[in-house]
Design a protein around this ligand. Structure first.
Ligand code: G3D
Length: 320
């Protein structure tokens, strides 16, 4: 995943400065907030899960030089508290997950959050995820901000942000990670605006292909052609898997050099193949704009031309 690679590249810079080339990410929140589901969604199958031997339930995921420690806050035995300190003090990134639908425990979530904040590196950025946004009863971003009293965070120097997301559908999750990785890597060589679209394919809500477009020249570039074929398969698979959801997103790495961003709304499922280092959030904007612009034609039964829409609206993103 490009998110992870970008986090790793932030490590490399540190290594050059003589620090240990390892990033520790603490994923914290109350039990059942969705931490494990989020981790698995971000890491997919590319991690190793090391079962700790301490006899307590901490999940440690490793991906190359990244270490993710998933920790339930609240109600710990003293041994867990000691261990927790060991992990959280060395975390260079903190992700705090709240179940946005569990409003009864907002107060508890706030208390345990501020309690644990004292043990963290004061410069470590914090990403707040208001998870389970797919649930009807989920609180709004503003409600979660107020419940966690996030205005307090503005007093400090550390970067923080709150995103509403669903680990189930992927909505909001990848934009949030984009933010986090940008903050951590502070890498100005990462493009923040345009992406390089190599190919795109669109399906209807029943996973029937409506159109596809390949940019560049795939007949001369076998690699793009292969990545494109894999993208079509993955997009179709996602369309079938997410048939019951009106909104869904996922990001997959394709053949090391590409990533495929798949978005779904009520009518369409679209996969857009971009460079592995490109910002996913830009593609989410592009996708929703494309959905808007083709909806009318589609409902009238007209033929859709992805190539035309992408070249017209996003000429700088389509590679030539
Ligand atoms: P934790 O690791 O924070 O303890 P888990 O939480 O990731 O184990 O998630 C707890 C439960 O919430 C799981 O359900 C999981 O499927 C569900 N969940 C996680 N994220 C979401 C989400 O975004 N939306 C919805 N609707 N449910 C979510 P089970 O039933 O397996 O316990």
């Amino acid at each position: 995943m490009s998110f992870l690679r970008r986090l790793i590249s932030a490590d490399r810079k540190k290594a050059q400065e003589g620090e240990q080339a390892k990033q520790h990410v603490a994923i914290i929140g109350l039990d059942a907030a969705g931490k494990t589901t989020i981790m698995k969604r971000i890491l997919r199958s590319e991690y190793t899960l090391s079962k700790p031997t301490f006899g307590v339930n901490i999940e440690v995921y490793r991906y190359r030089t990244l270490e993710f420690v998933v920790w339930d806050l609240g109600g710990h035995a003293p041994i867990r508290k000691t261990l927790w300190k060991k992990f959280v003090t060395k975390a260079s990134v903190i992700v705090f997950v709240v179940d946005a639908a569990d409003q009864k425990r907002f107060h508890l979530a706030k208390e345990v959050f501020y309690e644990s904040l004292a043990n963290t590196d004061p410069n470590a950025p914090i990403l707040f995820l208001a998870n389970k946004s797919d649930k009807e009863e989920a609180a709004s971003t503003l409600e979660v901000m107020e419940a966690l009293e996030l205005h307090k965070m503005t007093r400090g120097e550390r970067p923080f942000n709150l995103f509403r997301c669903s680990a189930l559908t992927g909505e909001g999750l990848f934009t949030a990670w984009d933010w986090l990785v940008d903050v951590v890597s502070k890498d100005s060589s990462i493009p923040t605006w345009h992406v390089k679209i190599y190919a795109a394919a669109i399906f209807d809500a029943n996973a029937k292909e409506l159109d596809h477009a390949i940019f560049g020249n795939p007949t001369q570039q076998a690699k793009i052609a292969n990545a494109y074929r894999e993208s079509i398969k993955e997009t179709e698979r996602f369309a079938k898997q997410m048939r019951d959801y009106n909104e869904a997103v996922t990001v997959l790495e394709i053949m090391n050099d590409f990533q495929l961003v798949i978005t779904k709304n009520k009518l369409f499922v679209m996969g857009i193949l971009i460079d592995v280092n490109d910002p996913v959030s830009r593609v989410l904007t592009i996708s929703s704009r494309i959905f808007e612009s083709i909806e009318m034609d589609y409902l009238k039964g007209h033929q859709i031309s992805l190539e035309k829409v992408i070249s017209n609206y996003f000429p700088l993103d389509a590679i030539s």
